[in-house]
Design a protein around this ligand. Sequence first.
Ligand SMILES: O=C(O)[C@H]1O[C@H](OP(=O)(O)OP(=O)(O)OC[C@H]2O[C@@H](n3ccc(=O)[nH]c3=O)[C@H](O)[C@@H]2O)[C@H](O)[C@@H](O)[C@H]1O
Length: 337
Amino acid sequence: MMEASAKMTILVTGSSGFVGLNIVEHLLARGDDVIGVSDRPVPQIAALAFAELPGRLVQIVADVRSQHAMQRIMSEYGVKRVVHAAAVTSNTARERTEACHTVGVNMGGLTAVAGAAAALGVERFVFVSSNAVFGGGVPDYALLDEDWPKAPGTIYALSKWTGEMILDLLGASTGLDWVAGRLAGVFGPWEYRTGIRDFMNPVFQANTLAIAGRHAFLPRRGKSNWHFARDAASALVTLLDTPSHRHKVYNLGTPYVWSIADWCDRLAARFPAFQIHVGTGDGAPIDLYGDHDGGILSGDRFTQEFGPTGRFDLDAAFEHLMEWQERHDQFGLRSAA
Ligand SMILES: O=C(O)[C@H]1O[C@H](OP(=O)(O)OP(=O)(O)OC[C@H]2O[C@@H](n3ccc(=O)[nH]c3=O)[C@H](O)[C@@H]2O)[C@H](O)[C@@H](O)[C@H]1O
């Protein structure tokens, strides 16, 4: 059962990151006040867009590893609920080369933020986890349930899985009402981490519209299980709104495979003057009509309990991303159309 929405003050860590920005936007749009905490400020373009929304955003640059700092912030602003999305994310240089830092931020940061929330009796805590906990050895496009064997293949993945266990212990000893949403690969608005050349965010150059992907992540064949950022944020906020969840962990993603060719057809129809080039970040071509080459499908438990929020609606996602790019004129879309 979801609670009737009354205006609230919600703390979002990692508020300047890709997923965090989508969560913040969702909350501000429905009128909640957000205390955004991260180690860098929200990009100016996002801050300007968010200023037009009904909710109010207070930005604080702070170290999520400091329980003292987190507790002071929560206490000062009367924070009732927390979404913890700050992390050293996967496939970044730091994650690959500084394991100690990744462990410190992802496990230490989680423990500090959750510890502060527990100490203050915050009513709900959502942890942004990852389906990386399952590792790479899963069957192609199997619909994984939450209890599928874990096999973290990186320190990042291990830090997310351990994070869930930390919360389990902390919840048992303090009564903290926590829940984890394990994200699948996410794409969409506010993707700044890898720059604008990210999967499905088209880049307009001369008369070519390039869709270039994040190295290892982009399927080389024409199917995908990627999850639209707005849907991911909406699913996480649904978990935030729900008291005493039936389960502690939810895989969040699309429960089915969708076609990159369908996405490209829409782009071609929208921008007939452009040639469309589709390739991976390293220049390798993608066979748009080929068979799939693996991925994890998830979101079944979420969909059964909360409805279709976790499903991927290709048309809605396409229109939303086009509208977002038009609004922010990210890629010279106005001159391109
Ligand atoms: O897909 C996923 O599975 C991932 O999705 C999300 O990552 P993204 O949003 O894609 O990553 P990114 O854009 O790099 O933002 C990181 C944010 O953390 C902040 N951050 C980082 C390090 C630090 O020490 N302190 C800090 O505040 C930093 O300032 C920024 O605001 C989840 O948040 C992640 O937990 C993981 O589950």
